[in-house]
Ligand binder design. Structure first.
Ligand code: FEO
Ligand code: CA
Ligand code: CA
Ligand code: CA
Length: 579
């Protein structure tokens, strides 16, 4: 199909059939691995050895299943710090003879706990045209795992709902996991969403006073992943408040490997896909956040204090507290009618907290922050098709909300912001804040992409010729390049193709001209994405290669990243022009 040449000078690739174990990039581009699961990053950590894993080794090695990926530019063009979320582990692909979590040895459980969290690693290149490689043993390198100490801040810190027998203060939590999407702040920190935390707890019974919350957060009946066998806090019957210490936005300062990462209670607790910030005209910081569950909500946080420019220790210290206090809102979308042929309308931010007070009748401040889903239910927010990455585009001042899919929406549940029943392929909504000010209580919105096969009449291509756009399914993570073009990564392609990455220009003559740039290996999801500041490198995190029924160490369904290990390894790759 003649889709022409994209504004980025590449001819889009064709969809690659599902199950193909290959990385495909456009002609004129090349790819290589920067770092893979198990690569040693801390001093003294051993080389990766699939058959000789240990928890101690893993704690010094790159984690598993990389999702959000960022590069923080260093002192020169050619050095940077790579920070990556390690969302979860595929235990069935990590260990021979796995037959379920009961088959894991305690040491194997500790390995999986050490493979979660976040990885921080220095990267460098010889010149602007050279490829990036990681620096083993660099001073900034760090692993944050399921046992790393965190401090809790904000209004719910110390709440009765956060106190446990190991931490009666309710302010010190061990670990982070389920870290999915994320963002990089203007003050140089990384924020990361704790998403599917519920699955890590065995929750045979819910405490009577938390039954509704346990139900709403998917904890009721959760079987866990065996972690309770090495650490009793993962048994919710023993330690019913431990679950409340996960599901937050966490903030990590990658410039200081000795810093204690923070869990920000002011930003609410949900299955936080991630968070991305922008600075409003008055200097306050606005964070947009999705809660990735079918029929869950879009949220916004507005900081109490304002951003300070500059890198003085005083400014840095101030900015590190910006996400600690502020107002939390949930979105309500109103359509202006389908008659105009587009899904669009106005929106309202409903306050959950304001000026340090709960705005939800019958719920205290700590309750609305810990049980944010219950608070949003009461306010009548709009039930969305799984809001994943939500990211402000700093070039055009608009924010993009990626609704990945929702096959459970029925025709009677359609609204203009979620306009398709059995939404297998997802859609992307553009939000324009009133008067260009993200702190305003209202916004305008419209859908800019309804994904699927271009021949499917329910898809929407922003006015672009259907014969010239790439098929796309299940958008998940997004990023913007320096020109404001959107890059879309997909998870769970339902068109019989591998997942991939796509360029979607939002302005200019190619506006709406969706072009496939990358296809990832068998059964992997595409994460990242990231386009470097010099537009020379695109980063992609290849998550869960080989994750499919029948995949095991004995019958691996992927060999990615093709380094001769015989087993798939999640990895971060770079794609660069050959010239
Ligand atoms: Fe971890 Fe919502 O994807
Ligand atoms: Ca309309
Ligand atoms: Ca995701
Ligand atoms: Ca993003």
């Amino acid at each position: 199909r003649g889709r022409g040449t994209s504004p980025f000078g590449f001819t889009p690739i064709e969809p690659v059939p599902a199950g193909t174990d290959k990385v495909v990039v456009p002609e004129g581009f090349t790819w290589s691995t920067i770092i893979a699961w198990g690569d040693p990053i801390l001093p003294g950590a051993p080389e990766f050895d699939f058959d000789r894993q240990s928890a101690a080794a893993q704690a010094g090695q790159f984690g598993y299943n990389n999702d959000y990926t960022t590069l923080i530019r260093g002192k020169s063009q050619n050095d940077a710090t790579l920070v990556c979320n390690n969302e979860y582990t595929n235990d069935e692909l990590m260990f021979r003879g796995y037959t379920g979590s009961a088959s894991l040895t305690p040491e194997q459980i500790r390995i999986t706990m050490a493979a979660h969290g976040m990885s921080v690693v220095a990267v460098e290149r010889k010149s602007a045209k050279a490829e990036w490689s990681y620096v083993r043993g660099a001073t900034v390198n760090r692993r944050v795992t399921a046992t790393t100490p965190f401090v809790v801040d904000g209004p719910a810190a110390g709440s009765r709902l956060l106190r446990t027998s190991a931490d009666p203060s309710g302010t010190r939590v061990l670990g982070t996991f389920g870290n999915c999407a994320g963002g990089t702040t203007p003050w140089g920190t990384v924020i990361s969403g704790e998403e599917n935390f519920n699955g890590y707890f065995s929750a045979a019974t819910a405490p009577a006073d938390q039954a509704a919350a346990y139900q709403r957060y998917g904890l009721t009946g959760s079987k866990g992943r065996g972690w309770e066998r090495v650490d009793g806090r993962f048994d919710a019957t023993q330690e019913p408040n431990e679950v409340n210490r996960f599901g937050w936005v966490v903030e990590l300062d990658p410039s200081d490997p000795t810093s204690t990462p923070v869990k920000h209670t002011a930003m609410g607790r949900m299955k936080h896909e991630g968070a991305n910030v922008t600075i409003a005209p008055d200097g306050r910081v606005v964070a947009y956040m999705g809660d990735d569950e079918r029929f869950d909500y879009l949220y916004k946080f507005v900081s109490r204090d304002t951003f300070r420019k500059g890198n003085s220790p005083k400014a840095r210290k101030h900015n590190l507290g910006l996400l600690s206090e502020g107002d939390l809102y949930v979105a309500k979308f109103t359509g202006d009618g389908f008659e105009d042929g587009i899904s669009d309308g106005s929106g309202e931010w409903l306050a959950i907290t304001k000026d340090g007070k709960s705005q939800v009748p019958g719920m205290s401040l700590e309750e609305v922050l810990v049980w944010t889903r219950l608070a949003a239910d009461k306010l009548g927010a709009t039930k969305m098709d799984r809001p994943e990455d939500v990211e402000p585009n700093l070039v055009n001042g608009r924010t993009y909300v990626v609704c990945t899919n929702n096959t459970r929406r029925t025709p009677s549940q359609i609204d203009e912001a979620n306009p398709r029943a059995n939404n297998k392929h997802g859609h992307i909504i553009e939000i324009t804040p009133t008067r260009g000010d993200d702190t305003q209580p209202t916004f305008a919105w419209k859908i800019v992409l309804i994904a699927g096969d271009p021949n499917d009449p329910t898809t929407y291509w922003n006015g672009y010729d259907r014969s010239e756009v790439s098929p796309i399914s299940c958008p998940d993570n997004i990023a913007f390049d320096e020109a404001g073009n959107m890059w879309i990564a997909t998870d769970g392609n339902a068109l019989g193709a591998c997942d991939g990455m796509y360029l979607y220009p939002l302005e200019g003559p190619h506006k709406g001209h969706l072009q496939q740039f990358l296809s990832v290996p068998a059964y992997a999801e595409t994460c990242g994405p990231l386009v470097t500041w010099d537009q020379r490198t695109v980063l992609a995190a290849v998550q869960h290669p080989g994750e499919e029924t029948g995949g095991s160490p004995e019958t691996p369904l992927s060999q990615f990243p093709y380094q001769g290990d015989g087993q798939p390894r999640p990895a971060v790759i770079q794609i660069r022009p050959t010239r």
